[in-house]
Design a protein around this ligand. Sequence first.
Ligand SMILES: CC(C)(COP(=O)(O)OP(=O)(O)OC[C@H]1O[C@@H](n2cnc3c(N)ncnc32)[C@H](O)[C@@H]1OP(=O)(O)O)[C@@H](O)C(=O)NCCC(=O)NCCS
Length: 146
Amino acid sequence: MTTPVNTAPTHTNRLPEGKMPQLRVMPAPHDANVYGDVFGGWIMAQVDIAGSLPATRRANGRVATIAVNSFLFKNPVFVGDLLSFYADIVKVGNTSITVYVEVYAERNRLQANIVKVTEATLTYVATGEDRKPRQLPPLESLISHQ
Ligand SMILES: CC(C)(COP(=O)(O)OP(=O)(O)OC[C@H]1O[C@@H](n2cnc3c(N)ncnc32)[C@H](O)[C@@H]1OP(=O)(O)O)[C@@H](O)C(=O)NCCC(=O)NCCS
């Protein structure tokens, strides 16, 4: 698999065109340290949630995160940034789905001030009720439900 890394400049002044974010969220003071920088662990949790959404749709059911393949905190995130999480499936296996997640911050609530803050690649595994790996359904079986 070729993991897309650093595919876009960090200061773009615009959000990715023609794509819908999976998640938009604004960190609050309790998500930050005493200097006002948002905790990396909080960002990782949101990235995990955002990445799980396309994975869950592709799996047509529950998934579990098996690996964080890469994670780059390219720029700091501040309380009050409006974060947009974009997630794309980059690889599908028998039971696994690998997702590339990019995070952009709109600073000071100004859309003109947009910074790419984070990018990550995570792998999810489709699981059954028994929490064991489950074969992914054929893509064709999902199309009518997407
Ligand atoms: C997810 C889980 C059910 C998978 O079971 P497993 O027996 O470890 O999985 P397998 O070895 O059969 O591998 C399953 C898939 O994951 C892939 N995989 C395994 N290790 C991997 C790794 N380090 N990185 C990327 N993919 C990996 C395998 O290649 C396989 O993919 P494929 O079927 O598409 O070829 C099990 O590992 C688990 O329960 N882990 C804990 C999950 C968890 O609690 N996550 C946090 C909360 S969601």
